[in-house]
Design a protein around this ligand. Structure first.
Ligand code: HEM
Length: 319
């Protein structure tokens, strides 16, 4: 069969491409000749993905627990993928920034609306049993969740609210000593750090500190302020950032909190099943008052943070 002009022109272009790199096109064509056709399962590493569920107990619902955590971590990875693109863009525009934050919001929307898979999706009796085999592991130890926060806001905003003002001008290390989550996963009875918290810090502290330094001038908060000060139209960006603030700091925490209440509250083994932590005081968003962009909210909205009223605001923002 004759080679068509289109094929010839493509071969010429390929020849140019390889020549430019000092490569022999014929050798690469050999490679193409011997290569297998790509399959769906190889491309997405399906067999590996489906082999990553290893329950610690015989309770069937433990697999749901494992898989939903894995799904969540993949969504967190998608969020961080967007955070990186924003922070490391060589010529960032408001449009690109807005479009990427919109993607993160879509991921958090998916996570928030799917959380019923946890809340109603497992038998409480099974959960309370298999949970005991997982201690001291906890979703609290999700490093990606904390990295999203670091990328999204000025690090001072992640300092516990009792120390936030006082430490505004302090070093990154000092702020890290007082990061809000060090006040979670503590023993209810003694107030001491749990093993859960200690292991989490051991594994991630250096990585978190490095990311804080890397994002000092490229976190979402500072990038937004730069565009605002440049006199650019940031109204759509502000709207997406407000949604992000509500998704990460109110909506997802509330869906998550619902599952903690459903499985852990009002039960005689309550305390044991959480490892005896202070979660009831720690988890509700209205207690923590984590807010990425206080300058995008009114005094009243800040005051009411995490209460039902803020959610009704979200509905109007969502449109
Ligand atoms: C039945 C389902 C769940 C229950 C009962 C539950 C329970 C808890 C509890 C009690 C805490 C407080 C820390 C502690 O005392 O250990 C916590 C924290 C946390 N969990 Fe879960 N969890 C559930 C599902 C999930 C899922 C699916 C994820 C997804 C990764 C997750 C991620 C987190 C995160 C990121 C924290 C820290 C929150 C913060 O610092 O504000 N949890 N969880």
């Amino acid at each position: 069969m004759e080679l068509t002009p289109e094929i010839k022109s493509k071969l010429d272009k390929l020849q140019e491409k390889y020549e430019a790199m000092g490569q022999d096109m014929a050798a690469y064509l050999d490679g193409l000749l011997y290569a297998d056709f790509l399959t769906y399962w190889d491309y997405i590493h399906l067999d590996t993905l489906l082999s990553l569920q290893s329950p610690k107990t015989p309770f069937p619902d433990e697999e749901i627990f494992i898989m939903y955590h894995q799904i969540t971590e993949l969504y967190f990875k998608l969020c961080l993928h967007e955070c990186k693109q924003i922070a490391e863009h060589s010529a960032l525009t408001v449009e690109f920034f807005t479009a990427r934050v919109k993607r993160i919001n879509a991921y958090f929307n998916a996570l928030t609306s799917s959380f019923d898979v946890m809340v109603d999706g497992m038998e409480k009796e099974q959960f309370l049993k298999f949970r005991m085999s997982l201690l001291p592991a906890s979703g609290f130890q999700s490093g990606q969740y904390r990295m999203i926060e670091i990328c999204a806001t000025d690090f001072t905003r992640l300092v516990d609210k009792s120390k936030r003002e006082e430490l505004a001008g302090a070093s990154i290390e000092e702020k890290f000593e007082n990061i809000y989550w060090k006040f979670g996963a503590t023993e209810l009875a003694s107030g001491k750090q749990t093993l859960t918290l200690k292991q989490f810090i051991n594994k991630y502290a250096a990585q978190f500190l490095q990311l804080v330094k890397d994002r000092e001038q490229t976190n979402f908060s500072i990038l937004y302020t730069k565009f605002l000060n440049d006199g650019q139209d940031v109204s759509l960006l502000a709207e997406e950032l407000r949604k992000l603030d509500l998704f990460v700091n109110v909506e997802w925490p509330l869906s998550h909190y619902k599952s903690a209440v459903r499985y852990l509250e009002r039960d005689p083994v309550d305390i044991a099943a959480t490892g005896g932590t202070n979660w009831q005081k720690y988890l509700p968003p209205r207690f923590q008052k984590r807010i990425f962009y206080p300058f995008l909210w009114t005094e009243e909205q800040l005051e009411e943070w995490g209460k039902a009223w803020v959610l009704s605001v979200l509905k109007t923002i969502k449109k």
